[in-house]
Design a binder for this molecule. Structure first.
Ligand code: SF4
Length: 155
């Protein structure tokens, strides 16, 4: 079956749109790589980073690490001019909207437009680039808190 995005898909993050990072409650789950990159960027030990910027989200028999939100649902890292950790932002953020469930069909892609005004606009992303984003997301599965090396947290 032919992939619906053989010819690529248009998407551009629109200036001033903060919808991904604010407005509604949501989770930004961190992979191990995300956590290490963000600790290095903020120059915080894992223990301090987790205490200051993360919540543990119970799901089934595990807990996953997500970034904290402010009372108005802004991400803890959202500043006046956008993401304050942009260069090191989590893969969940950097790969949007090229997520598996959004790309599961042309219909899902069209439906995602309800939430994201940048979908269908601006830069054309090739199939190869889109598939790279999908792979990156697969390689960066959310970190299970119970599997986090406690020596990292306790040091
Ligand atoms: S880490 Fe940055 S890009 Fe991701 S939700 Fe927070 S402010 Fe937005």
């Amino acid at each position: 079956m032919e992939c619906f995005y053989e010819d690529g898909l248009a998407f551009t993050c629109l200036p001033g749109c903060r919808y991904c990072c604010a407005v509604e409650p949501g989770f930004v789950f961190l992979s191990m790589n995300d956590l290490q990159r963000l600790c290095s960027f903020t120059q915080k030990p894992v223990k301090d980073f987790v205490a200051e910027f993360c919540i543990k989200v119970p799901m089934g028999s595990h807990h996953y690490l997500s970034l904290k939100e402010r009372d108005n649902h802004d991400c803890i890292f959202l500043g006046e001019k956008g993401c304050t950790v942009y260069e090191s932002r989590p893969v969940q953020c950097s790969t949007y909207p090229f997520w598996a469930h959004v790309l599961s069909s042309g219909k899902s892609w069209e439906e995602e437009k309800k939430w994201c005004p940048g979908i269908g606009k601006g830069v054309l992303h090739s199939k190869e680039k889109i598939d790279e984003q999908l792979s990156l997301r697969k390689e960066n599965q959310p970190l299970i808190f119970e599997e986090l090396d406690m020596s990292l947290i306790l040091s």
